[in-house]
Design a protein around this ligand. Structure first.
Ligand code: ZN
Ligand code: ZN
Length: 410
């Protein structure tokens, strides 16, 4: 236990220094499940050491969330409390750093009416739209990190005791965020450098299109004129460098909203809104999803695609080598933060403003005119495998191999 506490302390330090990079006098907004309170407290301690003026923790309780889905009236799920919206927005206005500690139970909402879930996702999307815009345009510094909870750990490591599963998941989380390195902060600097090197190569090439080929996949993705590949650290409006996701292994950009054609098949289950969607295929015409086929979770997937008009289009194209450490661990986490970093992926829904030159200061209309999709949702799904080849196609038709057999070819 002493060892776990020591590791958690190091983890909290990494979250504060590399994750959000807390500045002197800055407020910190932490979102955390009550079961993970010890980690939230350590993050708060490290934040104060780093100079935070005040740390606010927004507690969530999965048991209460489930109870509400079971017992509350239908109409409760069609609106989002105004005070919740105001609270988030006021922290954004004051330039707070946002830390989301996730410890999701993939089966939390099993058996709940998908309509209730869909309605609530929609209402929350609308209620938090301004906050999400601030995050998606890097107005504030933010990070998403994970914590090992019992339910999640038992799903990831079935067949061992709950206690053992929790320990194993902690170990997997620590390994994925390079806490096993002698100097984790230095290890992140190096990792950041190597991802930025890929970003530079891709940005120099100015590919017009990407062509994906794998079993069950033949898809062409056009990129907007001013697309920007990004990866690893980001820079906030105030010039502070931060790591939006820990772990992160991806390099990504935005597709041209109406430039996606063909079909793509998932290669890992997608955990969405407390349900699993698995073995699915999406077909695109002029960017729009025209066919949804899933062996598991068809209804939920269809609802996700039908969230709004923008959820019929893609908002993110991300490259992750099949030999990334998380992929090599061969652990299926049932969680996007980890599984997306083990696999090439796309996102259904909104694109990030920072994936377009000058996008961070564009209005929603200007972003749309640049080809960036907008939606109240953004959900990554995994499509990479050891059998995936990706070509980059230039304006003059020249073809460059970007990925061969699941790994970088550039
Ligand atoms: Zn991604
Ligand atoms: Zn994403």
């Amino acid at each position: 236990m002493a060892d776990l506490n020591q590791k958690l302390k190091q983890y909290a330090e990494l979250i504060v220094k590399v994750g959000v990079n807390v500045q002197q006098g800055q407020e910190v907004f932490v979102n955390c499940a009550i079961d993970m309170a010890p980690l939230a407290r350590l993050v708060a301690e490290q934040a104060y050491i780093a100079g935070a003026s005040s740390v606010h923790v927004d507690w969530t309780d999965e048991a209460l969330s489930r109870l509400k889905y079971e017992k509350a009236a239908d109409e409760v799920f069609t609106s989002f409390p105004e005070w919740e919206t105001a609270k988030r927005n006021s922290f954004v206005e004051r330039g707070a750093a946002f830390v989301a500690i996730i410890s999701p139970n993939p089966d939390l909402l099993k058996g709940i009416d998908p309509k209730r879930i869909g309605n609530y996702q929609k209402a929350a999307g609308q209620g938090l739209a301004e906050y999400r815009r601030a995050v998606q345009s890097d107005k504030v510094s933010w990070t998403v990190v994970a914590a090992s909870s019992k339910e999640w750990a038992m799903r990831v490591f079935p067949g061992v005791s709950a206690e053992e599963a929790v320990d194993k998941l902690w170990d997997a989380i620590f390994a994925s965020v390079r806490l096993t390195a002698g100097n984790p902060v230095a290890a992140w600097e190096e990792h950041n450098g190597s991802l930025h090197a890929k970003v530079e190569i891709l940005n120099e090439r100015r590919f017009r299109k990407l062509h994906y080929r794998a079993p069950g996949t033949d898809l062409t993705v056009e990129l907007p004129d001013k697309h920007l590949w990004v990866g690893a650290s980001s820079t906030s409006k105030d010039g502070v460098s931060f790591m939006a996701n820990m772990p992160t292994e991806e390099v990504f950009t935005v597709p041209l909203r109406e430039g996606v054609d063909g079909y793509v098949s998932s290669t890992k289950p997608l955990s969405y809104g407390g349900n699993i969607i698995d073995r699915f295929k999406l077909t695109f015409e002029k960017g729009r999803i025209v066919k949804v086929e899933a062996e598991e979770g068809q209804t939920i997937l269809q609802q996700l695609v039908d969230t709004d008009e923008g959820s019929h289009y893609l908002g993110e194209v991300a490259l992750v080598p099949h030999e990334s450490p998380i992929s090599q661990s061969n652990i299926l986490f049932y969680n996007t933060l980890f599984d997306e970093n083990a696999s090439n992926h796309f996102a259904i829904g909104s694109g990030y403003a920072f994936n377009i030159e000058g996008g961070k200061t564009m209005s929603p209309e200007e972003l749309a005119a640049s080809g960036v999709n907008s939606s109240i949702t953004h959900v990554d799904f995994m499509i990479g495998s050891a059998e995936m080849d990706i070509d980059g196609i230039m304006d003059d038709g020249t073809v460059f191999p970007i990925f061969r057999q699941g790994n970088w070819a550039v």
